[in-house]
Design a protein around this ligand. Structure first.
Ligand code: FMN
Ligand code: SF4
Ligand code: SF4
Length: 278
């Protein structure tokens, strides 16, 4: 059975991975879910999905690949990358590591989704525009799934030209940002009420409560989940002020389009909507 393992800070990648595998009767696991590793071990056809950060792989995904290095040998891996605008070789970044670990790469898909960064004004788009982006993404995923089933999967981001574009377009200049985990997020202690939502949702267990206020450590993978869910808007990461908290669910009109979800997946993507079956 086709098995997707994915990381999704704010919901985009989860949506894309679930939609892609659902079209093939497969299943999807967030990497924070303990069953992700056993599912990976059991399956030979894998989909690996992640968002792109500075034209690179999130550190949490790089570590997941390396922590489970022995499991990739002999696997056939299709890579899905989501991004706000451009990644160059977003799929290629993990493909190179996976090949070294003995996997063969069956193809790659780059999906443009709304930018989840909500504290940089330049990156914000109106709701209508973001909905259009999601609709276009759905069509692209469905087309790719069809090609995958017919044995001719797309190969986005896997050629030499894409590698050069990703490297010189952004990765080289911003390498420091994704080299390791960072000391983030910034928490406004005046606004924080110590509700613990950020602590509960952080995939890196990077936030603790100290004297009734949230305090960040140095293991942030920059996923924007805490930023997007803090009820007090007390969190910033790259920028200095909260412009819009990213809410993926506001972009889809029909909840059923979000696909089948497990409770695990919801906990791990920070999504609070009710589970449903379709
Ligand atoms: C720290 C950070 C860096 C990002 N860098 C890029 C980038 O280089 N290129 C791009 O197109 N999108 C970039 N994005 C946007 C995300 O890749 C995009 O919104 C993605 O779909 C988020 O997926 P998620 O909701 O599954 O976390 C960046 C987002 C973050 C949080
Ligand atoms: S979610 Fe916001 S208000 Fe709640 S503990 Fe975290 S920073 Fe404080
Ligand atoms: S601290 Fe926030 S942005 Fe950083 S990894 Fe945790 S949830 Fe993601």
């Amino acid at each position: 059975m086709l098995t997707a393992v994915y990381f999704s800070g704010t919901g985009n990648t989860r949506f894309c991975a679930e939609r892609f595998v659902r079209k093939q009767g497969g299943r999807a696991f967030p990497i924070e879910d303990k069953s992700a590793v056993s599912a990976l071990a059991e399956s030979s056809e894998i989909v690996l999905a992640y968002p792109i950060y500075y034209s690179n792989i999130p550190v949490i995904i790089r570590d997941f690949i390396k922590d489970n290095a022995a499991l990739w040998h002999g696997k056939r891996v299709f890579i899905i990358v989501t991004m706000g605008a451009f990644s160059g070789d977003g799929t290629g970044c993990s493909a190179r590591i996976l090949r070294k670990l003995g996997a063969s790469i069956t193809g790659g898909l780059h999906v443009k989704m709304p930018d989840c960064i909500g504290d940089v004004k330049l990156l914000k788009k109106p709701l209508k525009k973001n909905k259009e982006i999601v609709e276009k993404a759905e069509r692209k995923i469905d087309g790719a799934a069809k090609k995958y089933r017919s044995g001719k999967p797309p190969r986005d981001g896997l050629n030499a030209f894409a590698h050069i574009a990703g490297l010189f377009g952004q990765r080289l200049w911003f390498r420091g940002k994704t080299k390791d985990y960072t000391q983030n997020p910034k928490i406004d202690r005046g606004k924080c009420v110590g509700c613990g939502v950020c602590k509960q949702l952080c995939p890196m267990n990077n936030i603790q409560l100290e004297n009734g206020k949230a305090a960040a450590g140095d293991k942030c993978t920059l996923c924007y989940r805490c930023f997007s869910k803090c009820p007090q808007k007390a969190i910033t990461i790259i920028g200095k002020e909260v412009i819009t908290q990213y809410d993926f669910r506001s972009l889809i009109d029909n909840v059923q389009r979000f696909g089948e979800q497990s409770n695990h997946a919801q906990q791990h993507s920070g999504d609070t909507a009710k589970p449903h079956n379709n």
